[in-house]
Design a protein around this ligand. Structure first.
Ligand code: XMP
Length: 406
């Protein structure tokens, strides 16, 4: 499957994924152990259950399937440290993503038909679009949905980046539609389901106009795992493009060329394809957008606070040239606290800051930022957004706190 070296936790999950891919392809699997020997079955890819040495096995299981964690209470305290230990025994796995083969597969699936790609302008869908364009050229129609839940300036940025190129690009203004459907919904999974369905309905409508039978999505491996669509995983959250898909869909097939890859691997493919740095190196942004960054209902006020505060966070981090950030954004919290502005009491809003480092979002650490920088961010948010009186910083890793709050 790949060479061993020294690495971190995430590789355990990657090993599992690569083993499953290799299995699908009918390849024989063998693993090198830390001692340099070879072992036929370090663990069983189908079940995620290890058969090698108990400690390594446990951590392999742990990284793969947190719901089984409770089977091993005596190891519970070693949870985070365990990742490292696992990393020492399982390391750099090179995934055998074959770009040419992927392009060939897409070509043969779509034939001389048309396809619609769900383009958000983010890393995954942009890379998926570039790959699919190589396969079917201008028979690919990129549909970019502005659901009113995008970051500040994002709709304009994406429109500018993709119009005027070979790719057929269409922006759909669907804010009213989404806001109406999301009205007063606070349950995170319900929000995700509604958004996932509404996206698909729009793509179906557009596909009908064009005569396209295929939908291309930039789904990646963690979307599948977290949506619980892999037999070893509990549903962490339903990613809009996997768990949030409705039961009945009018497409002949959904094509997902990146479904076996982690985000950093997707970035690598994007670089190979020569996509602009601005697209490849941007922060990941979830399809459901700011709806999953407000703990309350989708209202103009909640979204505005989240959007404006996030823009301040991004601006201050850029000014301070802070590196190695996976994601950085603001969360609008539903609780209120008492504040004092001038000599007036104000029962105001709280904004939470989520700024994390990560390799591929399967685990993450909160970023240890200088106090002065956090102070600047906080002062600007409370000065520039009148509804907010309090700014908090999430100092929890993933696990247990996921990166997005909803
Ligand atoms: P969590 O919040 O589960 O997120 O730690 C892991 C990574 O996935 C992104 N994310 C999503 N991306 N559709 C997406 O395209 C979704 O529904 C979705 N939910 C979470 C999140 O931003 C983070 O990078």
């Amino acid at each position: 499957i790949g060479p061993m070296g020294s690495g971190k936790t995430e590789y355990a999950a990657r090993l599992w994924r690569d083993a499953a891919v290799a299995r699908k392809k009918g390849s024989a699997i063998s693993y090198l152990t830390s001692g340099g020997g070879t072992q036929k079955e370090l663990f069983e890819p189908e079940s995620g259950i290890g058969t090698a040495d108990r400690r390594n096995t446990f951590f392999v299981r742990n990284a793969l399937d947190r719901s089984r964690f409770r089977d091993y209470p005596e190891d519970a305290l070693a949870y985070r440290g365990g990742y490292e230990r696992c990393g020492r025994c399982i390391a750099t796995i090179s995934n055998s993503f074959d770009l040419e083969e992927t392009i060939k597969n897409i070509k043969s699936k779509i034939g001389d038909g048309n396809a619609v790609i769900a383009l958000s302008g983010g890393i995954d869908s942009s890379v998926a679009a570039a790959i699919t364009e190589k396969a079917i050229g201008n028979r690919l129609y990129a549909v970019f949905v502005d659901h009113g839940l995008l970051r500040k300036g994002e709709a304009e940025l994406v429109s500018k980046a993709f119009s005027g190129h070979d790719i057929n690009f269409k922006k759909i203004d669907a804010k009213d539609r989404f806001f109406k459907k999301l009205n007063s919904i606070t349950d995170p999974e319900k929000k995700r389901m509604i958004i996932g369905e509404e996206f698909i309905r729009i793509f179906e409508e557009e596909a009908k106009k064009i005569g396209a039978d295929f939908l291309v999505q930039g789904t990646i491996y963690p979307d599948v795992i977290e949506s619980g669509r892999s037999h070893h995983a509990d549903t962490i959250k339903s990613h809009h493009n996997v768990g949030g898909l409705p039961e009945s869909i009018s497409f002949k097939e959904i094509i997902e060329p990146l479904r076996d890859l982690y985000k950093d691997e997707v970035r690598e493919v994007g670089r190979k394809l020569g996509l602009p740095k601005k697209i490849i190196d941007q922060y990941p942004f979830p399809g459901p957008g700011l709806a999953v960054r407000i703990t309350g209902p989708v209202t103009e006020e909640n979204i505005k606070i989240c959007r404006d505060a996030s823009a301040i966070v991004e601006d201050e981090l850029e000014k301070a040239s802070i590196e190695n950030i996976w994601q950085a954004f603001a969360v609008t919290l539903e609780d209120r606290v008492v504040g004092v502005v001038g000599d007036q009491r104000k029962f105001g809003r709280i904004v939470g800051l989520r700024i994390v480092e990560s390799q591929d979002a399967m685990t993450a650490n909160f970023k240890k930022l200088p106090w002065d920088l956090l102070e600047n961010i906080s002062t600007r948010i409370t000065n520039e957004i009148p509804e907010v009186v309090s700014v908090a910083y999430f100092i929890s890793h993933k696990p247990p706190q996921t990166i997005e709050p909803c």
